[in-house]
Design a protein around this ligand. Structure first.
Ligand SMILES: [Zn+2]
Length: 131
């Protein structure tokens, strides 16, 4: 079973995301901020990361940067889920995120994107990468 880590500080949103993803058959880990997410990624090696941007302690941008720099987990597929980003914002590609989802994101779109990330699996992020 594939494991997805959800980094989301909003408790209500996180509960819904976890429920939707578990119902789709995923193993789900949840971190309430970027720092906790980074520690979980290094410790548990989830198959994909779904991350919010605005979070306490460490935001999503810094989390993605630290993940990408990490020698063991740098190739994990990452999707951003945010209400703060305009479609096509170049920072997502610069951060080597694989996909950007905008809140509120329909469940079918969310799950389809996560499935694509899992199908793609770990990969190099030297180049622009978008699902
Ligand atoms: Zn990628």
């Amino acid at each position: 079973m594939a494991t997805l880590l959800i980094a989301e500080d909003d408790e209500d949103i996180a509960i819904v995301l976890v429920r939707v993803c578990k119902r789709a058959g995923l193993d789900v880990l949840r971190a309430p901020d970027g720092q906790a997410a980074l520690e979980m990624i290094v410790e548990k090696h989830p198959d994909a990361l779904l991350t919010d941007l605005g979070m306490p302690r460490m935001d999503g941008w810094e989390l993605i940067r630290k993940v990408r720099e990490h020698p063991e987990v740098g190739d994990i597929p990452v999707a951003i889920l945010t209400g703060q980003l305009a479609p096509g914002d170049p920072r997502a590609a610069e951060a080597a995120a694989c996909a950007v989802l905008l809140k509120p994101c329909p469940n079918d779109q969310l799950l389809a994107t996560i499935q694509k990330l899992l199908d793609n699996g770990p990969h190099e992020h030297d180049q622009r990468c978008e699902v």
